[in-house]
Design a binder for this molecule. Structure first.
Ligand SMILES: O=P(O)(O)OC[C@H]1O[C@H](OP(=O)(O)OP(=O)(O)O)[C@H](O)[C@@H]1O
Ligand code: HPA
Length: 274
């Protein structure tokens, strides 16, 4: 998607609603790998009517994969010509947000209150299921009131995909859970396979009790009997990213939870291969 914006409208704006690309600009954009070099018929306010007669500089925003770039182009009338230096290069964040930052914060607060209420002042061994739970975990443990021992275990089954595959567990960094009340924390309960396997492992390692907490509970077919003891949100059966959740190890850093659209899945997969 490409759009045009004038750098600074002034007192004598002139509105132009369609531009054509000069061949040189067309070539330059293609050479950058821009997905489309078709400039949208976007409203553009040029500095002044007089400037139209001369060369006017216009900010051009275009898209390459999931990156948004801005550059300056020259306009003569409705004709866009030379491409000048790229002035901005930022990730395009226009995702379908399912839970924004405020909702996530409220959800984590709620989860912490429920867990506090259940355990009271009893010491708890809280285990993060890495990597997805990392953001939730950092936020959650700081809101819990009881004395805590904190540890991690790694589990992975979605490697590079949208569907659960073979589950691998790496417990090399796990702290001793024998005789302890354990709370397993994960970002999402989807098929249920991960939490089910890890709950079993904690019992095998001698935990006195095992409870589970998740931020998200997906409304889908769960393949296990176990259900999380604590959950903050029920979400639809869509592939979600952000707040720790990834697709191909990307998007974990987003401060919100978004639904990954099919075109974003394709773009991310293509970028990951390049
Ligand atoms: O209920 P399930 O179907 O088992 O899915 C939930 C698990 O899937 C994700 O982990 P993933 O395997 O993607 O590894 P990651 O934590 O490294 O992202 C997520 O972080 C959960 O641990
Ligand atoms: O919807 C999801 N998004 C990211 N990771 C996941 N792991 C299980 N379900 C999901």
């Amino acid at each position: 998607m490409t759009s045009l914006r004038a750098p600074k409208p002034n007192a004598h704006p002139r509105v132009i609603d369609r531009f054509t690309l000069a061949p040189s600009l067309h070539l330059a954009l293609s050479a950058c790998g821009a997905q489309t070099t078709q400039i949208e018929p976007t409203l553009c306010i040029l500095p002044s009517p007089e400037a139209i007669a001369r060369l006017s500089l216009i900010e051009i925003t275009f898209r390459i994969g999931i990156r948004e770039l801005s550059t300056l182009g020259g306009a003569i009338g409705n004709h866009l010509t030379a491409l000048l230096a790229i002035s901005q290069n930022r990730k395009l964040i226009r995702m379908r947000i399912l839970l924004d930052e405020a909702q996530l914060t409220e959800g984590v607060e709620r989860l912490a209150t429920e867990i506090d209420h259940h355990f009271g002042d009893r010491p708890l061994t809280v285990i993060a299921i890495m990597t997805g739970s990392l953001v939730l975990f950092a936020d959650l443990i700081r809101r819990l009131s009881m004395p805590q021992r904190v540890g991690v275990v790694q589990a992975s089954s979605y490697r590079g995909g949208l569907k659960s595959g073979d589950l691998t567990v790496d417990a090399k960094m796990l702290i001793d859970v024998a005789g302890r009340d354990v709370l397993l924390v994960d970002d999402i309960f989807d098929t249920g396979k991960t939490l089910d396997r890890l709950s079993g492992m904690m019992s095998e390692f001698g935990a006195a009790s095992v409870k589970t907490a998740v931020l998200l509970h997906k409304r889908t077919d769960h393949i296990v009997e176990l259900r999380p003891d604590f959950k903050a949100f029920e979400i639809p059966d869509e592939f979600v990213v952000g707040y720790g959740l990834d697709f191909m190890d990307m998007y974990r850093n987003l401060p919100y939870l978004a639904i990954l659209e099919p075109h974003e899945i394709e773009q991310t997969a293509a970028e990951a291969k390049s």
